[in-house]
Design a protein around this ligand. Sequence first.
Ligand code: SAH
Length: 373
Amino acid sequence: MDDSDRQADQNALTATLNSFYLYRRAAHHNVTGRRRELYARMSERHRAVLAQTTGFLHNLEQIDVAIDQNSGLLELVAQIGANEFEAPQDRSEWASASTVDMDKAQGTLKQIYRDWSAEGERERATCYGPLLAEIDRLVGDGDRRQVRVLVPGCGLGRLPFELAANGYTAQGNEFSYHMLVASYFFLNHTTLAGQFRVYPFVGSFSHLRTHDDQLAAFAVPDVVPAAVFAGLAADDADPAGLPRFSMTAGAFVDVYSDPAMAWDVVATAFFIDTAPNVLEYIETIRAVLARSSASKRYWVNCGPLLWHFESGHDDQPAGIELPMADLVKVIESYGFVFDKLEHGIQAAYATNPRAQGSWVYNNTLWVARLADK
Ligand code: SAH
């Protein structure tokens, strides 16, 4: 990294930390404050109807309490993250959070539900579940510790955590500081199951049957990763001395262009569509698998094709957005053989389980084997 890259990296970190700290003020303003203002401007008659039938203002107070709980957690996550990722002590040097950063802070709360609550298991089972099952099937009764599994774009880290807990040598990779800072916290700094309560859906008033559905609270984490890791530490068996669980920070294609790194399995969940140029992802996945000395090397994937660069937001460059059938042909052209290719695997993503409607993805699950050289 040269100096300007270093500065950009530090700005991304500190803008993220700021977004966690600013969540409290922003959410009180946007979620409850603006509605109180609107209420105050309504006619007395309308206010009376709402007050008598719904307890409107009381509900807003409860939402404020939930926002405070979320804020306490995000501030703690930011505090630990500032320390671990070595943000400048002087917060006046921190970059300001953009509206995108603020949205990501809100999104992080939903990801915490997805990856680290017991109730999130319903979602996890529809995506991580098939991947874990396929890997178990492929490895059979082989020594799992000798099988290295890489999870690019691992979000809050639950999938690589499950892999390590199930006996594999797993590594997650992420480039978003929102995800890196929050996953670091959940993976390393939680000490009790259910230590925190999170209200991930408090910011949304749509698709609710009752007010309580907005206040859905989830105890997190459902497991204490640090306790699981402590049990694994004595059990490392990777020939190159890789720990059973590790994380890397940085863009997937950059981090794994280092020819020293070899992986036996690459597992992608909701990841491939984040690429501006998916061919780069495919080449990188092929390259890390090609370096593996295992007799069979696999790419397992479960996810949609919600091409992230299609929106063209934030002055992003355009991307290459292929339909699934074309993507499969491209992947085959790189020497992969599809042992399994299933469409229509239904999965929700970080959505309120109590909502009256939510988007359901029809995901594609595949097991692609890298053919022998
Ligand atoms: N696998 C997780 C997260 C999926 S969202 C889950 O199923 O919940 C996609 C993730 O990929 C995001 O966390 C995003 O930050 C990350 N990501 C996008 N582009 C990336 C890149 N080039 N390198 C590493 N991570 C990336």
